[in-house]
Design a protein around this ligand. Structure first.
Ligand SMILES: [Fe+2]
Ligand SMILES: [Fe+2]
Length: 289
C-alpha cells in the first residue's frame, strides 16, 4: 500500500497526500530582466503557449483561492484545514510572481496582447463567478488544478522540457510546478467533502478544458502573430510538433488528463512526490547562480 493510501470503510481506498509532502508557501522574488524572447529553447510556439498560460494565472489563482475559501468553514478535518492554508498561501504567491512575469511580457513589446489576454481572463472568471454556484466554482477549481498538476508533472518528469528553459525563467516555472504538485489534491479533497458529485466534477473538467484550450490557442497565436511568426513556417511547424505532436508536451499528458474522468479518481493515486525533491534541488542551485 502506498504511503498516500489509507483504507476506509466500506471497501473504498481513500487517498491522501503523502506525509513527505508539505504544502508550504515559499517566497520567491525573481529578478525578471533581459529574458530571451524565445526563452523556451528558442521555440516560439512553446514559449508563447506558456506565456499565454501565464496571463491566466494572476486572476485564475485568485478564483481558485476564493472558491476553496468559500467552503473552508465546512471542513472539520484539521489536516485538510492546514492544507487549505498552505494552498491559499502558495496560490497567492503564484499570482504575484506571474503578475511580474506578465508585466515583463508587456515591456518586451507584447503590451496589447498581454493586456487583452489578462482582461479576457478576468471577464471569463467574473462570468464564472456570476453564473456558477459556489459548488460548481469549486468543481471548476478542482478540474483546473488537475490540468495544472499534470502540466507541472510533464515539466518535472522529463528534463527534455525544463532544461530547454532559460535559467532565469526556469526558476519561475520549476517553483510553480513543485507547488502545483504539492497542493494538487487540496481543491479536490474539499470538493469531495462538501459535494463529491461525480457528474459535476467531470462536466467541470470537460468545459474547463474547452475554455482553456480556446483561450491558450487564441493568445498563443496573438503572441506569434505579433512576432510575424507566420513568416517562419519551419520554426512554427517544429514548435507545434513539440506542443501537439505524438511526443508533444500536451499530447503526452492526455492519459493523465483522462484519469480524472474515472469515478474513483484521486490526484494522489499517482504518487509523483519523488519528482519534487529533485526539482527542489535544481531550484536551490538556480537560485544561487
Ligand atoms: Fe498556482
Ligand atoms: Fe494550484
Amino acid at each position: 500500500m502506498s504511503t498516500a493510501t489509507v483504507l476506509s470503510w466500506p471497501f473504498k481506498k481513500r487517498y491522501r497526500k503523502p506525509e513527505n509532502i508539505q504544502i508550504t508557501p515559499r517566497r520567491m522574488d525573481f529578478p525578471f530582466a533581459n529574458i530571451e524572447r524565445y526563452w523556451f529553447g528558442g521555440d516560439p510556439v512553446m514559449t508563447h503557449f506558456l506565456n499565454a498560460l501565464s496571463l491566466t494565472f494572476p486572476d485564475g489563482e485568485r478564483f481558485f483561492v476564493n472558491s476553496v475559501r468559500a467552503f473552508r468553514e465546512h471542513i472539520t478535518d484539521p489536516k485538510l484545514q492546514k492544507e487549505i492554508s498552505g494552498f491559499i498561501g502558495q496560490e497567492a504567491m503564484h499570482s504575484l510572481e506571474h503578475q511580474s512575469f506578465n508585466e515583463l511580457l508587456m515591456q518586451m513589446g507584447y503590451e496589447q496582447e498581454a493586456s487583452s489576454g489578462i482582461k479576457f481572463a478576468k471577464q471569463m472568471l467574473a462570468r464564472g463567478q456570476r453564473l456558477l454556484s459556489p459548488k460548481q466554482q469549486l468543481a471548476a477549481t478542482a478540474a483546473l488544478e488537475h490540468i495544472t498538476a499534470i502540466l507541472a508533472h510533464r515539466l518535472l518528469s522529463n528534463p527534455k522540457w525544463s532544461q530547454k528553459m532559460r535559467p532565469e525563467v526556469r526558476v519561475l516555472w520549476l517553483w510553480h510546478a513543485i507547488e502545483e504538485i504539492e497542493h494538487k489534491a487540496v481543491a479536490f479533497d474539499v470538493f469531495e467533502q462538501v459535494s463529491g458529485d461525480y457528474k459535476m466534477r467531470t462536466r467541470s473538467l470537460f468545459y474547463a478544458t474547452i475554455y482553456l484550450a480556446a483561450y491558450t490557442s487564441r493568445y498563443t497565436w496573438a503572441f506569434l502573430k505579433k512576432d510575424k511568426a507566420y513568416r517562419r513556417p519551419i520554426a512554427l511547424t517544429k514548435g507545434f510538433w513539440n506542443l501537439l505532436g505524438p511526443r508533444g508536451f500536451v499530447t503526452t499528458s492526455i492519459p493523465s488528463y483522462l484519469s480524472f474522468y474515472r469515478p474513483n479518481f484521486h490526484p494522489w493515486q499517482h504518487d509523483n512526490s519523488a519528482l519534487i525533491a529533485a526539482a527542489k534541488q535544481e531550484l536551490e542551485q538556480l537560485s544561487h547562480e
